[in-house]
Design a protein around this ligand. Structure first.
Ligand SMILES: *Cc1c(COP(=O)(O)O)cnc(C)c1O
Length: 395
């Protein structure tokens, strides 16, 4: 592939002749400003305010989840999701090595240990086949109904797949395996708002799930996250332990659990409400961008990553698969030198200092992807958006 053709093509589709084109910019074109000012005027800026529940309700409606509980960020939502699923200190959690570091960190916050199982090449998410093989070779189901690691004697307290770059993983197959082995399923759906598996929203297949609204995700609250669950008891508990576990009373400060101050602020929720109203439109626009990339890469020798079968992906970050690590690095260097931001897929989590000692299955596919996958600019293109921004103001 001619790298220069690629950078010129990106400049043309983003209608930007000179600027640095970043990977994923936020877009505020709806009611965000209005809701944010309204939240300020109400004086309820922190965690008590009507925008928090309005935003939670909007997420319930959009995803079809029975319950949604807002959090300060996606990492905290994932942390609490795992606590709710019953993960304790000194237990083990099976996850994929191909992920943003938050997945492994959230496991560690509980004092549990990640165990890494491979992904498939077709989804970049946890491979059900590899999971089944790993469990057959390493797990024992005991009389208490739980599944334990034969090597360490620790309980496998959860399986945490991640929907990489918004592409749904083979979540139904994974859910079946989890059911068979009686291991709770927690979905890291941080990247997959609006992504559907057989028409059902990601994050609705397990016991709990986490969404993220960080500034670089499809929709943002600045920083924010959401716990999804279909269980009323867990939803109530989620709200309780993300808000310092205060026992309701007119004035007494009684708390019944060493809980967290993880509640989303009303200001952030106001921003989120404005964003979720446009989420479908954003995804429609993102998919038009993807079609343009598909057409471009069809004429090159580089493979463009497309959504898995039976899925609708939000195409959060578009991705290409280079031939090898050398070409990957050359592409990263050329594009970033020439004002088009590209990023490699994450360093496999099991290679990082904090997680080096963790048990791993065969990670052939993960390594293959690490050597080749590069993300390319994926911002929602709103016509004239770039031209209409001057001195930081939207005209
Ligand atoms: C973004 C993200 C999170 C959560 O990140 P926050 O910045 O804490 O909102 C978790 N997991 C994955 C895979 C992510 O991409």
């Amino acid at each position: 592939m001619n790298f220069k053709d690629f950078t010129l093509f990106v400049r043309q589709i983003f209608d930007d002749k000179e600027g640095f084109i970043i990977l994923h910019d936020p877009r505020f074109v709806g009611n965000e400003r209005k809701y944010l000012l309204d939240a300020m005027d109400s004086n309820f800026v922190s965690s008590v305010g009507e925008y928090v529940s309005k935003f939670e309700n909007a997420i319930v409606e959009y995803t079809g989840s029975k319950y949604a509980v807002a959090c300060v960020n996606g990492t905290s939502a994932l942390h609490i999701s795992m606590l709710l699923a019953g993960v304790h200190a000194d237990e083990e959690v099976i996850t994929q090595p191909v992920s943003f570091i938050a997945t492994s960190n959230a496991i560690s916050y509980i004092g549990a240990k990640p165990v890494y199982v491979d992904v498939d090449k077709g989804t970049m998410g946890l491979s059900p086949e590899k999971l089944e093989t790993f469990l057959k070779e390493n797990a024992v189901k005991r009389i208490d109904g739980n599944t334990y690691n034969a090597k360490t004697g620790k309980r496998f307290a959860a399986v945490v797949p991640m929907h990489t770059f918004g592409h749904p993983c083979l979540i139904e197959d994974i859910a079946q395996i989890c059911e068979k082995w009686n291991i709770p399923l927690v979905e890291d759906a941080a990247e997959s708002i609006g992504s559907l598996y057989k028409g059902k929203h990601t994050g609705l297949f397990g016991k709990t799930a986490a969404l993220s609204f960080n500034g670089n995700k499809v929709i943002t609250t600045g920083g924010g996250g959401m716990i999804l669950t279909q269980d009323e008891k867990l939803a109530k508990l989620a709200k309780h332990i993300t808000t310092t576990a205060k026992v309701p009373h007119r004035w007494e400060y009684n708390h019944d659990y060493t809980a967290y101050n993880y509640r989303l602020t009303n200001l952030a929720a106001a921003l989120g409400l404005g964003q979720i109203e446009n989420c479908e439109k954003f995804i429609e626009i993102k998919r038009e961008l993807t079609d343009k990339y598909k057409a471009f890469f069809a004429k090159t020798d580089v493979e463009f990553f497309t959504e898995p079968k039976d899925c609708r992906s939000n195409y959060w970050l578009n991705a290409v698969i280079m031939h090898d690590r050398k070409e990957r690095d050359e592409f990263l260097t050329y594009t970033n030198d020439n004002g088009v931001m590209t990023r490699p897929i994450w360093v496999l989590n099991n290679k990082l200092d904090m997680y080096k000692g963790c048990q791993c299955g065969d990670l052939t596919n993960a390594q293959w992807l690490e050597d080749r996958v590069v993300n390319i600019p994926s911002t929602v293109i709103i016509p004239d958006y770039y031209k209409n921004i001057k001195d930081g103001k939207y005209l």
